[in-house]
Design a protein around this ligand. Structure first.
Ligand code: ADP
Ligand code: MG
Length: 240
């Protein structure tokens, strides 16, 4: 039985079909990687799963329950949380307050939300920044903040859009370890990641997208060697 099921999801923007009949399953406790060159449709897929976009066709189920087209806040309360590729902290708030926003989806008690938020900040290694304004954080720290805010909503499935994207090389191992730890504690994750070395090291399975379609789905080593995947990435290299 899968925890998350994506079935035939299609999303169009005018003449562009960003997602074309995408189907795959995520089992409870699994860490599934989503790869594909720029413009493949990875972020659009996350927008559909988290309710920010309504798919034109197809269905999304969480633990057997249809969530297609529900609003993001309803989907979040049902247990799907996400981080954004373009980081979106509430910049006028402190780091702790940002995470409290996540925690307040589960409790109305502000004191309890503050305690929960503190715990999540400590879990992601940001405790010392709790009272700083979010806008003062480095990119790596903002990624951790986004993670803490998403985790504070107590998700059953966490969607991460390019955790290591845009951060400096030294920051990557810490972020990767954090994701590994969350997975080891039983969290189900769907992770978009550009860095092939990172994703083959952490994912149990990889779904590869190209021009809106699934071109491979399987074990990381097999997907990384799949001729269609190699060609998709080569194509991008030649265009650049
Ligand atoms: P990825 O995350 O894999 O780089 P995206 O999902 O962001 O890819 O984009 C897939 C395709 O859909 C691209 O061609 C992109 O230009 C297009 N697209 C994404 N979002 C929008 C939007 N809001 N309006 C119009 N086109 C979009
Ligand atoms: Mg993207």
């Amino acid at each position: 039985m899968s925890l998350l099921s994506v079935s035939g999801v299609t999303k169009r923007f005018g003449g562009v079909t960003a997602n074309k009949g995408i189907s795959f399953e995520v089992a409870p406790g699994e860490l599934v990687g989503i790869i594909g060159p720029n413009g493949a449709g990875k972020s659009t897929l996350f927008e559909c799963v988290s309710g920010f976009y309504r798919p034109d066709e197809g269905e999304i189920h969480l633990d057997g329950e249809r969530v297609t087209g529900l609003s993001p806040d309803v989907i979040c309360r049902k247990g799907i949380a996400r981080t954004f590729q373009k980081l979106r902290p509430f910049s006028g708030m402190t780091v702790l307050e940002n995470v409290m926003v996540g925690a307040l989806t589960r409790t109305k008690d502000v004191k309890h939300a503050r305690e929960q938020a503190s715990e999540w900040l400590s879990r992601v290694g940001l405790s010392e920044k709790a009272d700083s304004h979010a806008r003062t954080l480095s990119t790596g720290q903002r990624k951790r903040l986004e993670l803490a805010r998403a985790l504070a909503t107590e998700p059953r499935v966490l969607l991460l859009d390019e955790v290591t994207g845009g951060v400096d090389q030294r920051t990557i191992p810490g972020l990767v370890q954090l994701v590994k730890d969350l997975h080891a504690r039983g969290l189900t994750l769907l992770v978009i990641e550009h860095n092939m070395r990172v994703i083959t090291a952490i994912a149990q399975r990889i779904v590869a997208l190209y021009m809106g379609e699934v071109i491979a789905d399987g074990a990381p080593e097999a997907v990384a060697r799949d001729p269609k995947v190699v060609e998709a990435y080569l194509g991008q290299a030649y265009v650049k």
